[in-house]
Design a protein around this ligand. Structure first.
Ligand code: SF4
Ligand code: SF4
Length: 300
């Protein structure tokens, strides 16, 4: 520890070191935001900003892990739930490891864990996250927020999860992504099973009914296949689409509910329905067209 403190590195050198540290441990994305960005933007309520949560914070390091598209496409499924849990565990381990590494180097650090809430009941009572990794990723230059309220990245669109490490070290921030990545195609709104998202003409962000979305999450949790994530599945943004390219995928998404209602064994959807068929609790979930319960938590 003392030796590390004597050899402290700063600024761009520290940034390069952190990026290499995270990438060597499997991070797909790493971005840096100065704590001032929260104040400059004024979008996040003051109590939810890094320096309100941990006053020494000068930089927030955001780490992202990809959610591979073919598994997201199988949602709702136990496979998708396990991917979600694995990504969260990996992110927490990355953040914990980086925090301890920075502390050993003499840079006081703190991390905000991935999903810091006790239960969906707790979210229903207080439907706001204590800290938004989505906003942190935006201020760290990793992407822009789309109509679906998810962060869209050039690499994976919204199919990526984030965790944040706060440090007292001042590190040069990454440039913000200036141009909106959302192409306003409306697919996230059209395919939402609870119609929790509604496109608007006057802004990128759709109107979002948190309680409808949360209700969907509650239904899927009872079945053992939370989260929903259909809005992340259908988004056309992201280079991962090129890797997993499939002709006619937009029409396939749009016709899915109708096609499976007509024929649950429709061969076009066989790989997804196979993954949905086994390992989860059978319970009637309302059809996509009907309103009732809702879908996923949103950060503030
Ligand atoms: S699905 Fe379309 S409208 Fe929705 S976030 Fe993605 S690009 Fe934007
Ligand atoms: S996660 Fe929520 S907003 Fe997204 S598609 Fe599902 S219910 Fe709709």
């Amino acid at each position: 520890m003392e030796k590390g403190r004597e050899n402290r590195i700063h600024g761009q050198g520290l940034k390069d070191h952190i990026r290499a540290f995270c990438e060597a441990r499997g991070a797909d994305l790493v971005g840096f935001a100065s704590a001032e960005r929260w104040d400059d933007a004024g979008e996040v309520p003051p109590d939810f900003r890094p320096q309100a949560i941990w006053p020494p914070a000068r930089t927030v390091i955001v780490i992202g892990l990809e959610m591979p598209l073919p598994i997201v496409e199988a949602t709702p499924s136990v496979l998708h739930k396990e991917l979600y849990r694995t990504a969260n565990r990996e992110l927490d381990a990355l953040a914990y490891g980086l925090t301890r590494h920075l502390n050993r180097m003499g840079h006081a650090s703190f991390f905000f864990g991935r999903d810091v809430y006790a239960s969906l009941k707790a979210l229903r009572e207080e439907p706001i996250a204590a800290f938004s990794h989505v906003m942190a990723a935006k201020y760290a230059g990793l992407g822009t927020i789309g109509a679906s309220h998810c962060l869209l990245t050039p690499e994976f669109g919204p199919r990526v999860r984030f965790v944040s490490v706060f440090t007292a070290a001042a590190i040069p921030p990454d440039p913000l992504v200036e141009k909106d990545l959302c192409v306003k195609c409306g697919l996230c709104c059209q395919c939402c099973p609870k119609k929790a998202l509604k496109m608007r003409n006057d802004r990128v962000l759709a109107d979002y009914d948190k309680m409808e979305c949360l209700g969907m999450a509650e239904v899927l949790t009872r079945r053992g296949c939370y989260p929903c994530g259909i809005c992340t599945k259908v988004c056309p943004v992201g280079k991962d689409r090129k890797l997993y390219k499939e002709k006619g995928i937009r029409a396939k998404y749009l016709k899915e509910v109708e096609a499976l209602a007509a024929n649950p064994d429709d061969p076009a959807y066989k790989s997804w329905t196979h993954m949905r068929k086994y390992g989860l609790v059978r319970e009637n979930v309302e059809p996509a067209s009907r309103k009732g319960e809702g879908g996923k938590r949103r950060d503030p």
